[in-house]
Design a protein around this ligand. Sequence first.
Ligand SMILES: NC(=O)c1ccc[n+]([C@@H]2O[C@H](COP(=O)([O-])OP(=O)(O)OC[C@H]3O[C@@H](n4cnc5c(N)ncnc54)[C@H](O)[C@@H]3O)[C@@H](O)[C@H]2O)c1
Length: 272
Amino acid sequence: MKKFNNKVAAITGAASGIGRMLAVNLAVKGCEVAISDIDARGLEKTAEMVEKQKGKVSIHEVDVAQRDQVEKYAANVVKQHGRVDMIINNAGVAVAQSVDDVSYEDFEWLFGINFWGVVYGVKAFLPYLQKQPEGHIVNISSVNGFITWPNHAPYCASKFAVKGFTETLWQELRNTNIRVSCVQPGGIKTNIARNTRFYKSPGNQMTHEQSIDAFDKMAGTSADKAAGIIISGMLKNKRRILVGPDAYVLDGLTRLFPVKFVGWFAAMVGRE
Ligand SMILES: NC(=O)c1ccc[n+]([C@@H]2O[C@H](COP(=O)([O-])OP(=O)(O)OC[C@H]3O[C@@H](n4cnc5c(N)ncnc54)[C@H](O)[C@@H]3O)[C@@H](O)[C@H]2O)c1
């Protein structure tokens, strides 16, 4: 995306964290934002923040795991704004439990949002983006799209899947008017740990509160800073946007020690 002025961005999961700050920061750059989430109150708060920046905003209650809702979202954005230039597939959730113990219900819930939500977002918005001189698809993966983390198999699998899906999409669209970026943030201070479906299990002795504390200490980048980095990556049409110094360190370590690092990381986070 060369510039954001007078463009329209649809953002999922925009009632909190990175999605909220993407909406605010894009509005500051003159972009209209069509924000969506399942959290209606959170969306209202994001809309207030956008309007404070004199931004134009529309609100859409959408569960990204429901294909029909995402398809209606795309049509409604175009109806209300006259066009759409960007889709940022950001909504995401986590489950903390071992593979042994995790229920299929939680596994499928997470995949419905983190993976299928991204697929639905891409397929629903693509035909509209193709009508614009320039379009941009931004899918939020994670450092867990290249490093694994004990007790987070569903999350890691979903974020590896988003990376694979997004890179393939980039290959298919590389000679078209649509840019594609895969975002891989490190620890960002948001509500993600609070919103995690957290379970104590033999391999996972922390309480939810302890894990939230540990996450807050580890997450070194604010959501505002993360949004700034993503937007600047979009302006440079980067295929891969790493967010935060920890993301760069982890990327370097996995390149240097692709096999050994898996064991070191397990030991470091307390599961040998
Ligand atoms: N915070 C981090 O450290 C971090 C690191 C790497 C990647 N990410 C990714 O960044 C993205 C944003 O997460 P965040 O950290 O801002 O978390 P967050 O919990 O603050 O925000 C996530 C938003 O997604 C929404 N959401 C949940 N289920 C939904 C559904 N079914 N339909 C629509 N919206 C739904 C939530 O209501 C919430 O507003 C996620 O994809 C997450 O996996 C976060």
